[in-house]
Design a protein around this ligand. Structure first.
Ligand code: MLT
Length: 242
């Protein structure tokens, strides 16, 4: 199995992805939010890169059972139903609903993953379930860290490195890593079991704390509180049932 890890979505091309399984990571907070929404019974999530695209699609759909969700600069977009705090995505709020979702970095990486053979969404919350899925699929893997405004984001790199480390330990086949995957494992080893500390210390974590989202840092740092595996199929993210 080959594992490539990219610290942002920028260098990833459609051509590179077409024979790979892709894992998209945006610990703070899009991946964590999507995992939570599916765990709480959301029917499907449609990730879109731009606010204008989300508005256009919403205009074409009946608003029954559709929620418009996402953030810019960390806060709910004016006129939207939900922002990007996983704590907002309760069962009462999302069960049976279609979520149209746009975020600054995460949903952009997710739309890029649409050209892959298949794609899943990963956070600390569902990491063991995601690793099991990847091992069962037995395909070459590209991990796309969403990053922050096209820059490296430490929390995504550590989560990606944790995934690589688990795959190396559990795979029965030889695993070949690119330099990004090797570097991410080194970072993971530095923060192993200190995920709360990681999220408090990283740039985006400090920014979210300044906006008052301290509880999100706590929530997003939890490992394996969720078995949901969000899979991207034909532009929609749904719960894996296989
Ligand atoms: C993003 O996609 O950039 C985020 O998930 C930002 C956030 O809301 O924390």
């Amino acid at each position: 199995m080959k594992i490539d890890l990219s610290f942002t979505h920028i260098p990833v091309t459609d051509d590179k992805l077409k024979n790979h399984l892709v894992a998209v990571v945006d610990v703070l907070r899009a991946s964590s939010t999507i995992c939570e929404a599916l765990r709480n019974g959301a029917k499907e999530i449609i990730p879109l890169a731009e606010v204008s695209e989300a508005m256009e699609l919403t205009g074409k759909l009946s608003r029954d059972n559709v929620l418009l969700c996402g953030e810019r600069e960390g806060n709910i977009i004016p006129g939207y139903d939900l922002g990007n705090s996983p704590l907002e995505y309760s069962r009462e709020m999302v069960q049976g609903k279609t979520l149209i979702f746009t975020s600054t970095n995460g949903s952009v990486a997710m739309t890029k993953a649409a050209s892959a053979k298949s794609a899943i969404i990963v956070s600390f919350n569902n990491i063991s379930a995601a690793v099991d899925y990847i091992l069962r699929a037995g395909e070459d893997l590209t991990i796309i860290c969403s990053g922050n405004n096209m820059q490296f984001a430490m929390e995504d790199a550590v989560c990606g490195g944790m995934m690589v480390n688990m795959l190396c330990q559990q795979s029965e086949d030889a695993v070949e890593l690119n330099d990004g995957a090797q570097a991410a494992v080194i970072l993971f080893q530095k923060f192993r079991s200190k995920y709360r500390q990681l999220l408090v210390r990283c740039f985006h974590g400090r920014y979210l704390k300044s906006l008052g989202y301290d509880q999100d840092l706590e929530f997003c740092s939890q490992v394996d509180n969720n078995n949901a595996i969000p899979v991207l199929k034909e532009g929609k993210i749904i719960l894996n049932t296989e």
